[in-house]
Design a protein around this ligand. Sequence first.
Ligand SMILES: [Zn+2]
Ligand SMILES: [Zn+2]
Length: 166
Amino acid sequence: MARCSACGRIMLGGIRIDGYRYCTQRCRKSHALISVSDMIEPDVINAFATQIHSGPCPKCKGSGPVDIHKHYQIWSALVMTRWSSRSQVSCRRCALKSQAGGLVSTLLLGWWGFPWGLIFTPVQICRNITAMVRPPNPAAPSDSLKRLAKLQLASRVSSPASPRQP
Ligand SMILES: [Zn+2]
Ligand SMILES: [Zn+2]
C-alpha cells in the first residue's frame, strides 16, 4: 500500500514519476508543484500552516481555528448512484454547516438507487457524523492543512508572476 503524493489517499499501484506516486491523472498534474514543494524547509511550511490555522475563516471571515474539514454526499436515481467527498478550508462553524447539509441531502437523496444507494447511503451518513463529532485538533494545524500550505507555498515560488519572492 502506498499513499498518493498529491492528495495523500491510500492506493494500490498508481502512476509513478521520479519516485513519486499519484492516484489519478488529476493528481499527477500536480507533480511539478510537488517536486518544488519538497525543496521548501519544513519550518517554513509549519509557520505558513500555523498562519492559515490561526487566521480568519476564508468562508465567513470569522475567527478560527481554520482547518480542512470534510463533508460527504450521495444521491441516487434508480440504478445510478453518485457519491462525493469534499474538503473545505474553514472554521468549525462553517464546516458543521456543510456537514449538516451533506447529511440532510444524503438522508433525502441517497437511498433511491439499487444497489449502491442502499449500501453507501449509511456509509456517507456515518462519515458525515464522524466528521462532525471528531473535528481536526483545534490546537494545531492538521497534516492535510500542512500539505495544503506546502502546495500553496510551492505555487508562489514557482509562479512566474512573482520571480523575486524569496
Ligand atoms: Zn491523489
Ligand atoms: Zn467560517
